[in-house]
Design a protein. Structure first.
Lengths: 249, 230, 205
């Protein structure tokens, strides 16, 4: 087990493995999304309360899930990078941040589009989930800005890792504070999206999209890590062989 | 391999606080800047939204906290910057004392020089924004707890951005999202108190945040300092 | 007691550039290591890395054959660093600065006043460091080395801004320290301690 972990940490080995695995993420992922989206948009019945507006959850919920999941992945790999000095883990964190920020934006945009018919406004300050997501997006921006302002990669890695961990400790507090803040407002009545009382016909496409988005996310992440690894290892021999040679690392 | 006998841990902690306060004493102008900034920001709001007493009463708590947050943020930039520039940060990092304790010492000195003055002037907002005068103790207590947490969390950001170009902008970008819970807890506590509602919950949250920050932030600050000073 | 400081296979990159690759040395108590190399060859980085102010990309440092990464904290306590920056607060006097630092370290047995006397700054004792000349500031930070009472002095370009007297003083202090069983690592283009226990390390060629 340990040797496997150790081997995975070696960039050329990882590069080879990830090339091998990427299609296993991407192809089922896109198929699932295609099926789930078709089912969700055309087959699933209308919601009795939200009518067709609810259909945005097929994009919104996976985006929201992945926006947070990416932060978790980033924080864990940042911790691994700091503690075990594993360079690949830092590359993972570096590759993940912009993806997380994109999902965060997607979640905010779809949430706001959904809010228009539901609340009658594009932006409802009283909704705790929108607020938490907005702050999460700010955290991602901070991390991306931090990385781009330090030129030395090793230094940027460690600084961003600390910031990611500090953010991870703060996220539950931010979540809680926003909930506490909105619970004191009387005005915001939040309509619960989804919930356990969902029809199977509505639920299956959602689950398919969740899994599909996650798989595609995995493929995108792997691809970004590969790029990151190539860039970081550009001085090494195996990269030179790969770029100038026949393409087999 | 056991090193030579060290002076007590509290000695190093205490003496770095003393040194920073002595420096402040030599340049008392540094004490005034965040204070004047705080007062000026709180003057902006009535000018911007109009002198209506009811409106001012509603926004008083929020204004205090936005002004306090911004003024702490401005002063945090220099927390480690002068030490970095004159090389004394090198000496601190090389000292055999545990760095988290030294970082905590610097943070305490920072709070005494910026947070404490804000606590002292915060009743001004209560008076000028027509909040009921019973709010004064809540206002001062919440500002004290909140600014102390801000100093602690801010020190991490200051340590991460020390020596970077455009460090101030980056520092704000990093810290503002982290500081939002404090803004929420603090402002809400004061406005609950102003409305005559129970506010103990808010105070407890502020205190809990401070305890957590005290326990964790110095370690993160110390780690960040080692990285930034490379 | 004799100690041995060993460095093996140290390498450091800064962004694109490889500053140095696989360099090493061994230094025992009573020896001086002169570090030489052209500008930009990474002398300062090497010294800072030895003190523990930055991390090497590769390689290890051993103190009495124990890898220092096992106990960095007590390893750091054996080093005194004298770099380009004085490390002093400009608004405090040299005496106040040194008094502050001495509370952080184990006592060396030397009084601050005596150290300041030794460096010929007795008359400037009560002045803030800001009002001292560049050379006087350099002298004042030499007092730190004396007061630190540690085994290894790591010194970067000690002769900058110093007059003839000051340069002689640096040599004298280093010679005394080494003769007393200490080690010193000095980056300089000058020759020092001709005829003594001097090793030379060339980098960046």
């Amino acid at each position: 087990m340990w040797t496997f972990f150790h081997k995975l940490g070696s960039p050329p080995h990882f590069y080879r493995l990830s090339l091998l695995f990427s299609p296993w993420f991407a192809i089922p992922g896109y198929l699932l999304i295609a099926w789930g989206t078709y089912q969700g948009l055309f087959v699933a019945p209308e919601d009795y309360q939200q009518r067709d507006a609810f259909r945005i959850i097929y994009v919104h919920v996976p985006a929201a899930y992945l926006a947070q999941m990416t932060y978790a992945i980033m924080a864990v790999s940042a911790g691994i990078g700091l503690i075990w000095r594993m360079k690949l883990a830092h590359a993972v964190a570096a590759a993940a941040a912009p993806i997380g920020a994109s999902f965060c934006i997607l979640m905010l945009v779809t949430g706001s589009i959904w809010g228009r018919p539901m609340w009658g406004t594009w932006w409802e300050w009283g909704d705790p989930r929108l607020m938490s997501a907005l702050i999460l997006l700010f955290l991602y921006f901070g991390l991306i800005a931090m990385r781009s302002s330090i030129t030395d990669t090793a230094k940027a890695d460690k600084a961003c890792a600390i910031l990611a961990l500090v953010g991870a400790v703060n996220l539950p507090i931010i979540r809680f504070s926003v909930d506490w803040w909105t619970s004191l407002h009387q005005s915001a009545t939040i309509i619960r999206k989804g919930g356990p009382a969902m029809d199977a016909e509505m639920l299956w496409p959602l689950l398919a999209n969740l899994l599909g988005f996650s798989l595609v996310f995995g493929a995108v992440l792997l691809r970004r890590i590969r790029t990151e690894v190539l860039y970081r290892e550009r001085r090494k021999r195996w990269v030179r062989d790969l770029v100038l040679g026949d393409g087999a690392p | 391999m056991s090193g030579p006998a060290l002076p007590g841990l509290i000695d190093g902690f205490g003496s770095i606080i003393r040194r920073d306060l002595l420096l402040l004493w030599r340049r008392p102008g540094d004490l005034l800047n965040p204070l004047v900034f705080f007062i000026m920001v709180s003057t902006l709001f009535p000018l911007a939204v109009g002198p209506d007493a009811q409106v001012l009463r509603n926004i008083g708590a929020g204004v205090t906290w936005v002004a306090a947050l911004l003024s702490m943020l401005l002063s945090l930039n220099t927390l480690f910057l002068t030490d970095f520039e004159d090389g004394s940060l090198d000496q601190l990092l090389l000292s055999p004392q545990p760095l988290p304790l030294l970082a905590l010492g610097k943070t305490v000195a920072h709070w005494i020089s910026t947070g404490l003055p804000l606590v002292v002037v915060s009743p001004l907002i209560v008076m000028t924004y027509r909040l009921p005068s019973e709010v004064v103790p809540v206002m001062m207590g919440s500002v004290a707890l909140g600014t102390a947490s801000l100093s602690l969390v801010g020190a991490i950001g200051a340590a991460l951005t020390v020596g970077l170009h455009r460090g101030t902008t980056l520092l704000s970008l990093l810290l503002l999202p982290l500081a939002m819970p404090l803004l929420i807890f603090g402002a809400r506590t004061v406005s609950l108190a102003a409305g005559g509602e129970p506010y103990a919950g808010g105070m407890n949250l502020l205190a809990a945040y401070l305890v957590g920050a005290l326990a964790l932030a110095p370690f993160a600050t110390a780690a960040a300092l080692r990285i930034s000073n490379e | 007691m004799t100690h041995i400081l060993k460095a093996e296979q140290l390498s450091l990159f800064r962004g694109e550039r490889c500053l140095f690759d696989s360099i090493g040395f061994a230094l025992a108590s009573g020896e001086l290591l002169l570090l030489r190399g052209p500008n930009g060859s990474g002398k300062t980085s090497l010294l800072r890395g030895l003190c523990g102010l930055l991390e090497f990309e590769d390689g290890k440092i051993l103190w009495d054959d124990v890898d220092i990464s096992r106990d960095r904290q007590s390893f750091r306590a054996r080093f005194a660093w004298y770099g380009h920056k004085t490390g002093f607060k400009l608004d405090l006097t040299a005496e106040e600065n040194l008094a502050f630092e001495s509370t952080l370290r184990a006592p060396s047995g030397l009084a601050i006043r005596d150290a300041i006397d030794r460096l010929g700054l007795n008359r400037q004792r009560k002045l803030p460091v800001r009002s001292l000349s560049a050379g006087q500031q350099r002298r004042a930070s030499l007092a730190r080395l004396l007061l630190s009472g540690v085994k290894v002095w790591v010194i970067d370009e000690p002769f900058t801004n110093l007059d003839a007297d000051g340069r002689a003083l640096v040599e004298e202090l280093v010679a005394e320290h080494v003769a007393g069983g200490g080690m010193a690592i000095v980056a300089t283009h000058h020759d020092m301690l001709a005829g003594g226990n001097v090793k030379t390390l060339e980098i960046g060629r």
